[in-house]
Write a protein of this length. Sequence first.
Length: 408
Amino acid sequence: NVLVRIPGREEPESWVILSNHHDAWIYGAGDPSSGTAALLETVRAFGRMKSLGWQPRRTLVLAFWDAEEMALGGSTEWAEDNAEILRRKGTAVINMDSVVFNGERPLYVGASPCLHRLFREVAADVPGPDGKESLFAAWVRLQNSARELGSVDAFEIRGSPSEPLTDPQIDDVPLGDDQTPFVEFLALPGSDMYYGADYGMYHSLYENRHWMETVVDPQFRHHRVMAEFQGRLGLRLATAPLLPLEPAGTAAAWERAFGDLRARVAERQASPRLLRPVERALKRFRDAARAFARERDETLTVESWPLRPIPDRLASISREIAETEKAFFSEGGLPGDRWHRGLWVAPPRSVPGLTEERLPGLRWPLELDQEGVLLSQVSLYTQALDEATSHLHRAQGLLTITSRPAMP
Protein backbone atom coordinates (compact mmCIF):
# COMPACT_ATOMS: atom_id res chain seq x y z
CA ASN A 1 0.00 0.00 0.00
CA VAL A 2 1.05 3.59 -0.67
CA LEU A 3 -0.57 6.16 1.63
CA VAL A 4 -0.24 9.91 2.06
CA ARG A 5 -1.77 11.88 4.88
CA ILE A 6 -2.54 15.62 4.80
CA PRO A 7 -3.28 16.55 8.44
CA GLY A 8 -6.38 18.57 9.13
CA ARG A 9 -6.12 21.92 10.86
CA GLU A 10 -9.34 22.19 12.90
CA GLU A 11 -10.47 18.55 13.07
CA PRO A 12 -7.33 16.39 12.59
CA GLU A 13 -8.98 13.44 14.36
CA SER A 14 -11.54 13.10 11.52
CA TRP A 15 -10.16 11.19 8.52
CA VAL A 16 -11.53 11.35 4.97
CA ILE A 17 -10.08 8.60 2.77
CA LEU A 18 -9.79 8.82 -1.04
CA SER A 19 -8.58 5.58 -2.58
CA ASN A 20 -7.84 3.36 -5.58
CA HIS A 21 -5.83 0.16 -6.03
CA HIS A 22 -2.67 0.08 -8.13
CA ASP A 23 -2.20 -3.64 -8.82
CA ALA A 24 -3.49 -5.03 -12.13
CA TRP A 25 -4.37 -8.49 -13.39
CA ILE A 26 -2.71 -7.95 -16.78
CA TYR A 27 -2.04 -4.47 -18.25
CA GLY A 28 -4.98 -2.95 -16.42
CA ALA A 29 -5.60 0.15 -18.54
CA GLY A 30 -9.17 0.21 -17.26
CA ASP A 31 -8.91 -1.83 -14.07
CA PRO A 32 -7.36 -0.14 -12.16
CA SER A 33 -5.15 2.31 -14.04
CA SER A 34 -7.94 4.61 -15.18
CA GLY A 35 -8.77 5.16 -11.51
CA THR A 36 -5.11 5.33 -10.53
CA ALA A 37 -4.42 8.05 -13.11
CA ALA A 38 -7.45 10.03 -11.95
CA LEU A 39 -6.51 9.86 -8.27
CA LEU A 40 -2.89 10.76 -9.07
CA GLU A 41 -4.14 13.94 -10.71
CA THR A 42 -6.19 14.71 -7.61
CA VAL A 43 -3.13 14.10 -5.42
CA ARG A 44 -1.08 16.40 -7.66
CA ALA A 45 -3.67 19.15 -7.26
CA PHE A 46 -3.76 18.73 -3.48
CA GLY A 47 0.04 18.82 -3.40
CA ARG A 48 0.05 22.09 -5.32
CA MET A 49 -2.56 23.55 -2.95
CA LYS A 50 -0.54 22.42 0.07
CA SER A 51 2.61 24.07 -1.31
CA LEU A 52 0.67 27.34 -1.36
CA GLY A 53 -0.18 26.99 2.33
CA TRP A 54 -3.55 25.22 2.10
CA GLN A 55 -4.56 22.77 4.80
CA PRO A 56 -7.90 20.96 5.01
CA ARG A 57 -10.19 21.24 8.02
CA ARG A 58 -10.18 17.44 8.42
CA THR A 59 -7.36 15.02 7.67
CA LEU A 60 -7.18 13.67 4.13
CA VAL A 61 -5.79 10.15 3.63
CA LEU A 62 -4.88 9.38 0.00
CA ALA A 63 -4.48 5.63 -0.47
CA PHE A 64 -3.32 3.42 -3.33
CA TRP A 65 -4.05 -0.16 -2.28
CA ASP A 66 -2.02 -3.18 -3.31
CA ALA A 67 -3.31 -6.74 -3.89
CA GLU A 68 -6.92 -5.75 -4.62
CA GLU A 69 -7.10 -8.50 -7.22
CA MET A 70 -6.13 -10.95 -4.48
CA ALA A 71 -9.36 -10.66 -2.48
CA LEU A 72 -8.92 -6.99 -1.54
CA GLY A 73 -5.72 -7.86 0.28
CA GLY A 74 -4.16 -4.43 0.75
CA SER A 75 -7.21 -2.47 1.88
CA THR A 76 -8.48 -5.30 4.08
CA GLU A 77 -5.18 -5.79 5.89
CA TRP A 78 -4.86 -2.04 6.48
CA ALA A 79 -8.43 -1.79 7.76
CA GLU A 80 -7.91 -4.75 10.09
CA ASP A 81 -4.52 -3.56 11.34
CA ASN A 82 -5.88 -0.06 12.04
CA ALA A 83 -9.40 -1.03 13.07
CA GLU A 84 -9.34 0.69 16.45
CA ILE A 85 -8.06 4.02 15.15
CA LEU A 86 -10.36 3.92 12.11
CA ARG A 87 -13.41 3.30 14.30
CA ARG A 88 -12.45 6.48 16.19
CA LYS A 89 -11.24 8.67 13.34
CA GLY A 90 -12.67 7.26 10.09
CA THR A 91 -15.36 9.46 8.53
CA ALA A 92 -15.91 8.28 4.93
CA VAL A 93 -14.16 6.36 2.15
CA ILE A 94 -14.53 7.64 -1.43
CA ASN A 95 -13.09 4.81 -3.51
CA MET A 96 -12.56 4.59 -7.27
CA ASP A 97 -11.52 1.32 -8.84
CA SER A 98 -11.79 1.46 -12.63
CA VAL A 99 -13.30 4.81 -13.53
CA VAL A 100 -13.91 4.43 -17.26
CA PHE A 101 -14.27 1.50 -19.61
CA ASN A 102 -17.24 2.69 -21.65
CA GLY A 103 -17.82 6.43 -21.81
CA GLU A 104 -21.03 5.98 -23.78
CA ARG A 105 -22.74 4.33 -20.84
CA PRO A 106 -23.99 6.26 -17.79
CA LEU A 107 -21.94 7.07 -14.75
CA TYR A 108 -22.53 4.47 -12.06
CA VAL A 109 -22.35 5.51 -8.40
CA GLY A 110 -22.93 3.18 -5.48
CA ALA A 111 -22.69 4.83 -2.07
CA SER A 112 -23.85 4.61 1.51
CA PRO A 113 -27.21 6.42 1.79
CA CYS A 114 -25.77 9.28 3.85
CA LEU A 115 -23.57 10.21 0.87
CA HIS A 116 -26.23 10.36 -1.86
CA ARG A 117 -27.09 14.03 -1.39
CA LEU A 118 -23.43 15.01 -1.42
CA PHE A 119 -22.78 13.14 -4.70
CA ARG A 120 -25.67 14.92 -6.42
CA GLU A 121 -24.64 18.35 -5.13
CA VAL A 122 -21.01 17.94 -6.16
CA ALA A 123 -21.97 16.57 -9.59
CA ALA A 124 -23.80 19.82 -10.30
CA ASP A 125 -20.50 21.71 -9.84
CA VAL A 126 -18.34 19.47 -12.06
CA PRO A 127 -18.29 20.05 -15.85
CA GLY A 128 -19.38 16.99 -17.83
CA PRO A 129 -17.13 15.19 -20.31
CA ASP A 130 -18.04 17.45 -23.24
CA GLY A 131 -17.79 20.64 -21.19
CA LYS A 132 -21.21 21.80 -22.41
CA GLU A 133 -23.26 20.62 -19.46
CA SER A 134 -22.67 19.68 -15.84
CA LEU A 135 -21.82 16.16 -14.79
CA PHE A 136 -25.21 16.09 -13.05
CA ALA A 137 -27.06 16.89 -16.31
CA ALA A 138 -24.98 14.42 -18.35
CA TRP A 139 -25.50 11.75 -15.69
CA VAL A 140 -29.30 12.08 -15.79
CA ARG A 141 -29.41 12.28 -19.59
CA LEU A 142 -27.35 9.11 -20.09
CA GLN A 143 -29.32 7.22 -17.44
CA ASN A 144 -32.57 8.06 -19.22
CA SER A 145 -31.05 6.95 -22.54
CA ALA A 146 -29.79 3.73 -20.99
CA ARG A 147 -33.27 2.97 -19.69
CA GLU A 148 -34.60 3.09 -23.26
CA LEU A 149 -31.84 0.78 -24.48
CA GLY A 150 -32.34 -1.74 -21.70
CA SER A 151 -29.69 -3.61 -19.79
CA VAL A 152 -27.09 -4.96 -22.19
CA ASP A 153 -24.16 -4.94 -19.81
CA ALA A 154 -25.56 -5.49 -16.30
CA PHE A 155 -26.41 -1.81 -15.96
CA GLU A 156 -29.97 -1.37 -14.71
CA ILE A 157 -32.04 1.79 -14.30
CA ARG A 158 -34.98 1.38 -11.96
CA GLY A 159 -38.44 2.79 -12.59
CA SER A 160 -40.67 3.21 -15.62
CA PRO A 161 -39.28 4.45 -18.98
CA SER A 162 -42.37 6.66 -19.24
CA GLU A 163 -41.20 8.65 -16.20
CA PRO A 164 -37.79 10.19 -16.99
CA LEU A 165 -35.36 10.69 -14.14
CA THR A 166 -34.85 14.22 -12.87
CA ASP A 167 -32.17 13.23 -10.35
CA PRO A 168 -29.49 10.65 -11.11
CA GLN A 169 -30.04 7.18 -9.72
CA ILE A 170 -27.50 6.28 -7.04
CA ASP A 171 -27.35 2.67 -5.89
CA ASP A 172 -26.47 1.41 -2.45
CA VAL A 173 -22.80 0.92 -1.70
CA PRO A 174 -21.52 -2.04 -3.75
CA LEU A 175 -19.73 -4.93 -2.08
CA GLY A 176 -16.56 -6.14 -3.76
CA ASP A 177 -14.11 -3.26 -4.25
CA ASP A 178 -11.78 -1.58 -1.78
CA GLN A 179 -14.51 0.29 0.08
CA THR A 180 -15.74 -3.12 1.24
CA PRO A 181 -13.65 -3.64 4.41
CA PHE A 182 -14.43 -0.13 5.61
CA VAL A 183 -18.18 -0.55 5.06
CA GLU A 184 -18.63 -4.18 6.11
CA PHE A 185 -15.94 -4.56 8.76
CA LEU A 186 -15.87 -1.05 10.27
CA ALA A 187 -19.36 0.31 9.44
CA LEU A 188 -17.99 3.48 7.81
CA PRO A 189 -19.76 5.24 4.92
CA GLY A 190 -18.23 4.35 1.57
CA SER A 191 -18.68 4.53 -2.19
CA ASP A 192 -17.48 3.41 -5.61
CA MET A 193 -18.07 4.93 -9.06
CA TYR A 194 -17.24 4.41 -12.74
CA TYR A 195 -18.35 4.95 -16.33
CA GLY A 196 -19.61 1.74 -17.94
CA ALA A 197 -20.56 -1.69 -16.69
CA ASP A 198 -19.48 -5.17 -17.84
CA TYR A 199 -16.93 -4.99 -20.67
CA GLY A 200 -15.34 -7.64 -22.84
CA MET A 201 -11.73 -6.57 -22.37
CA TYR A 202 -11.90 -7.04 -18.59
CA HIS A 203 -8.72 -8.63 -17.17
CA SER A 204 -7.46 -9.54 -20.62
CA LEU A 205 -4.36 -8.76 -22.70
CA TYR A 206 -6.50 -6.37 -24.74
CA GLU A 207 -7.19 -4.08 -21.77
CA ASN A 208 -4.17 -1.96 -22.65
CA ARG A 209 -3.21 1.64 -23.33
CA HIS A 210 -3.97 1.37 -27.06
CA TRP A 211 -7.55 0.27 -26.26
CA MET A 212 -8.00 3.13 -23.80
CA GLU A 213 -6.54 5.82 -26.12
CA THR A 214 -8.30 4.72 -29.32
CA VAL A 215 -11.59 3.18 -28.17
CA VAL A 216 -12.63 4.14 -24.67
CA ASP A 217 -11.49 7.67 -23.85
CA PRO A 218 -9.29 9.08 -26.64
CA GLN A 219 -9.08 12.59 -25.18
CA PHE A 220 -9.20 11.41 -21.56
CA ARG A 221 -12.25 13.57 -20.91
CA HIS A 222 -13.87 11.00 -18.66
CA HIS A 223 -10.64 10.61 -16.72
CA ARG A 224 -10.66 14.37 -16.13
CA VAL A 225 -14.28 14.27 -14.96
CA MET A 226 -13.65 11.46 -12.50
CA ALA A 227 -10.48 13.06 -11.11
CA GLU A 228 -12.38 16.28 -10.49
CA PHE A 229 -15.42 14.45 -9.11
CA GLN A 230 -13.47 12.44 -6.55
CA GLY A 231 -11.32 15.44 -5.70
CA ARG A 232 -14.30 17.74 -5.11
CA LEU A 233 -16.05 15.07 -3.05
CA GLY A 234 -12.94 14.78 -0.92
CA LEU A 235 -12.69 18.55 -0.59
CA ARG A 236 -16.30 18.88 0.54
CA LEU A 237 -15.88 16.14 3.12
CA ALA A 238 -12.54 17.49 4.32
CA THR A 239 -13.22 21.24 4.28
CA ALA A 240 -16.96 21.86 4.79
CA PRO A 241 -17.53 23.64 8.13
CA LEU A 242 -20.26 21.08 8.90
CA LEU A 243 -19.61 17.46 7.89
CA PRO A 244 -21.82 16.91 4.79
CA LEU A 245 -23.23 13.50 5.65
CA GLU A 246 -27.04 13.24 5.52
CA PRO A 247 -28.59 11.16 8.34
CA ALA A 248 -32.05 11.65 6.81
CA GLY A 249 -30.82 9.70 3.77
CA THR A 250 -29.75 6.87 6.05
CA ALA A 251 -33.11 6.86 7.80
CA ALA A 252 -35.04 6.79 4.51
CA ALA A 253 -32.95 3.87 3.22
CA TRP A 254 -33.43 1.94 6.46
CA GLU A 255 -37.19 2.48 6.25
CA ARG A 256 -37.31 1.10 2.71
CA ALA A 257 -35.23 -1.93 3.69
CA PHE A 258 -37.31 -2.52 6.80
CA GLY A 259 -40.50 -2.37 4.71
CA ASP A 260 -39.11 -5.12 2.47
CA LEU A 261 -38.14 -7.12 5.55
CA ARG A 262 -41.62 -6.75 7.02
CA ALA A 263 -43.13 -8.01 3.76
CA ARG A 264 -40.83 -11.02 3.94
CA VAL A 265 -41.98 -11.70 7.50
CA ALA A 266 -45.55 -11.87 6.20
CA GLU A 267 -44.52 -14.19 3.36
CA ARG A 268 -42.91 -16.56 5.83
CA GLN A 269 -45.94 -16.31 8.12
CA ALA A 270 -43.77 -15.24 11.03
CA SER A 271 -45.09 -13.04 13.81
CA PRO A 272 -44.75 -9.32 12.97
CA ARG A 273 -44.41 -8.64 16.69
CA LEU A 274 -40.86 -9.96 16.55
CA LEU A 275 -39.69 -6.83 14.74
CA ARG A 276 -41.76 -4.20 16.57
CA PRO A 277 -38.91 -2.98 18.83
CA VAL A 278 -36.83 -2.27 15.72
CA GLU A 279 -39.81 -0.61 14.03
CA ARG A 280 -40.32 1.74 16.98
CA ALA A 281 -36.60 2.53 17.23
CA LEU A 282 -36.45 3.19 13.49
CA LYS A 283 -39.32 5.67 13.80
CA ARG A 284 -37.45 7.48 16.59
CA PHE A 285 -34.34 7.60 14.42
CA ARG A 286 -36.27 8.85 11.38
CA ASP A 287 -37.94 11.61 13.39
CA ALA A 288 -34.60 12.67 14.89
CA ALA A 289 -32.94 12.72 11.44
CA ARG A 290 -35.71 14.87 9.99
CA ALA A 291 -35.67 17.24 12.96
CA PHE A 292 -31.90 17.61 12.72
CA ALA A 293 -32.10 18.28 8.97
CA ARG A 294 -34.71 21.00 9.52
CA GLU A 295 -32.69 22.65 12.27
CA ARG A 296 -29.50 22.43 10.23
CA ASP A 297 -31.03 23.90 7.08
CA GLU A 298 -32.75 26.72 8.98
CA THR A 299 -29.63 27.52 10.98
CA LEU A 300 -27.26 27.53 8.02
CA THR A 301 -29.46 29.94 6.07
CA VAL A 302 -29.85 32.53 8.84
CA GLU A 303 -27.91 35.58 7.66
CA SER A 304 -27.32 36.81 11.18
CA TRP A 305 -25.77 33.53 12.31
CA PRO A 306 -22.74 34.54 14.42
CA LEU A 307 -19.60 33.53 12.57
CA ARG A 308 -16.92 33.57 15.25
CA PRO A 309 -18.28 30.77 17.49
CA ILE A 310 -18.81 28.45 14.50
CA PRO A 311 -15.53 26.45 14.34
CA ASP A 312 -15.57 24.94 17.83
CA ARG A 313 -19.30 24.29 17.80
CA LEU A 314 -19.36 22.80 14.31
CA ALA A 315 -16.52 20.44 15.13
CA SER A 316 -18.64 18.98 17.92
CA ILE A 317 -21.71 18.77 15.68
CA SER A 318 -19.68 17.10 12.94
CA ARG A 319 -18.42 14.49 15.41
CA GLU A 320 -22.01 13.66 16.36
CA ILE A 321 -22.96 13.32 12.68
CA ALA A 322 -20.04 10.95 12.06
CA GLU A 323 -20.85 8.92 15.17
CA THR A 324 -24.46 8.60 14.00
CA GLU A 325 -23.30 6.57 11.00
CA LYS A 326 -20.80 4.54 13.03
CA ALA A 327 -23.51 3.48 15.49
CA PHE A 328 -24.64 0.74 13.09
CA PHE A 329 -21.91 -1.63 14.20
CA SER A 330 -21.71 -4.91 16.07
CA GLU A 331 -18.47 -5.64 17.91
CA GLY A 332 -19.27 -9.35 17.88
CA GLY A 333 -20.15 -9.49 14.19
CA LEU A 334 -23.24 -10.83 12.46
CA PRO A 335 -24.86 -14.19 13.27
CA GLY A 336 -22.37 -16.89 12.35
CA ASP A 337 -20.01 -14.34 10.78
CA ARG A 338 -17.72 -12.48 13.17
CA TRP A 339 -15.84 -10.55 10.43
CA HIS A 340 -18.85 -8.70 9.03
CA ARG A 341 -19.68 -6.15 11.72
CA GLY A 342 -21.71 -3.53 9.87
CA LEU A 343 -25.46 -3.76 10.46
CA TRP A 344 -26.56 -2.16 7.17
CA VAL A 345 -25.17 -4.39 4.40
CA ALA A 346 -23.29 -7.66 4.05
CA PRO A 347 -23.02 -10.35 1.36
CA PRO A 348 -25.74 -12.97 1.97
CA ARG A 349 -23.35 -15.93 2.07
CA SER A 350 -24.94 -17.43 5.17
CA VAL A 351 -28.27 -18.08 3.43
CA PRO A 352 -28.14 -20.11 0.17
CA GLY A 353 -30.05 -18.40 -2.63
CA LEU A 354 -30.53 -15.10 -0.79
CA THR A 355 -29.68 -11.97 -2.78
CA GLU A 356 -30.82 -9.27 -0.32
CA GLU A 357 -27.82 -7.56 1.29
CA ARG A 358 -29.54 -5.03 3.57
CA LEU A 359 -30.19 -5.51 7.31
CA PRO A 360 -28.33 -8.84 7.33
CA GLY A 361 -28.51 -9.42 11.09
CA LEU A 362 -32.29 -9.48 10.88
CA ARG A 363 -32.69 -11.07 7.46
CA TRP A 364 -30.41 -14.06 7.96
CA PRO A 365 -32.05 -15.58 11.08
CA LEU A 366 -35.49 -14.87 9.61
CA GLU A 367 -34.66 -16.87 6.49
CA LEU A 368 -33.10 -19.67 8.55
CA ASP A 369 -36.02 -19.86 11.04
CA GLN A 370 -33.71 -19.06 13.95
CA GLU A 371 -36.13 -17.21 16.21
CA GLY A 372 -33.77 -17.05 19.19
CA VAL A 373 -31.01 -15.52 17.07
CA LEU A 374 -33.51 -13.12 15.51
CA LEU A 375 -34.66 -11.90 18.93
CA SER A 376 -31.07 -11.18 19.99
CA GLN A 377 -30.49 -9.29 16.74
CA VAL A 378 -33.69 -7.31 17.25
CA SER A 379 -32.26 -6.15 20.58
CA LEU A 380 -28.91 -5.28 18.95
CA TYR A 381 -30.50 -3.33 16.09
CA THR A 382 -32.81 -1.49 18.48
CA GLN A 383 -29.84 -0.42 20.62
CA ALA A 384 -27.88 0.70 17.54
CA LEU A 385 -30.78 2.79 16.24
CA ASP A 386 -31.30 4.38 19.65
CA GLU A 387 -27.59 5.18 19.90
CA ALA A 388 -27.74 6.87 16.47
CA THR A 389 -30.82 8.80 17.61
CA SER A 390 -28.97 10.01 20.71
CA HIS A 391 -26.13 11.36 18.56
CA LEU A 392 -28.62 13.26 16.43
CA HIS A 393 -30.34 14.72 19.48
CA ARG A 394 -26.97 15.97 20.73
CA ALA A 395 -26.13 17.38 17.30
CA GLN A 396 -29.46 19.18 17.13
CA GLY A 397 -28.99 20.55 20.63
CA LEU A 398 -25.61 21.97 19.69
CA LEU A 399 -27.10 23.53 16.56
CA THR A 400 -29.86 25.14 18.60
CA ILE A 401 -27.32 26.68 20.98
CA THR A 402 -25.19 27.85 18.04
CA SER A 403 -28.10 29.53 16.26
CA ARG A 404 -29.10 31.71 19.22
CA PRO A 405 -28.38 35.39 18.60
CA ALA A 406 -25.22 36.66 20.24
CA MET A 407 -25.75 38.84 23.31
CA PRO A 408 -25.04 42.54 22.69
